[in-house]
Design a protein around this ligand. Structure first.
Ligand SMILES: [Cu+2]
Length: 180
């Protein structure tokens, strides 16, 4: 009996598909309309993406981002720093918008007894002509004691204080926290 049921169901589906055939043209038009909307949205987002490069005195900061978090918790800023000078530089400190962040610290992730922890560092060296990536598992900017929620898409101003290049203000865009 089961087999017959399956065959019957299959032919009903086939019939239904055939019946829908006449509407295919309409569906195609709808899809195209959606594609156009997506393209327009992408164009609108494009300038925003280009703004995520910050430069001062031979120091370039690219793609800064933070992670959406709740008030009272911590978050982090990751970014890429390029030093095109023939002299080494040093990131001495960072200061995130104090209306959102309680304290901003420079940190590094460390492995201890098989566990990942982190500790504060005094500074982050940026060797001459080299790129230093602040990323998960490495150096990062720690945002302690959030005063407000950071939601996906929010931007946080952070001033990076370099020994030679001086102060460089960047904007970090909040991304969604990855599911663990
Ligand atoms: Cu940290």
């Amino acid at each position: 009996m089961r087999k017959i049921n399956i065959i019957l169901t299959a032919s009903i589906v086939a019939f239904a598909l055939a019946a829908c055939g006449g509407q295919k043209g309409e569906q195609k038009e709808e899809t195209q309309a959606q594609d156009t909307t997506a393209a327009v949205q992408q164009e609108k987002q494009q300038p925003q993406m280009e703004e995520l490069v910050f430069e001062k005195n031979g120091i370039t900061v690219k793609d800064p981002y933070t992670i959406a978090s709740k008030a009272g918790q911590m978050s982090v800023v990751y970014l890429v720093i390029m030093n095109s000078n023939d002299q080494p530089d040093t990131l001495l400190s960072a200061l995130a918008d104090t209306s959102i962040v309680g304290e901003t610290q420079l940190h590094i992730y460390v492995q201890k007894d098989g566990k990942t922890g982190m500790k504060q560092v005094k500074n982050i060296p940026i060797p001459a002509g080299e790129t230093v990536e602040l990323k998960p598992g490495g150096y990062h900017i720690m945002l302690m004691g959030l005063k407000k929620d950071i939601n996906v898409g929010d931007t946080i101003n952070v001033v990076l204080h370099f020994k030679n290049a001086g102060d460089l203000e960047i904007k970090a865009v909040a991304k969604e926290k990855k599911q663990q």
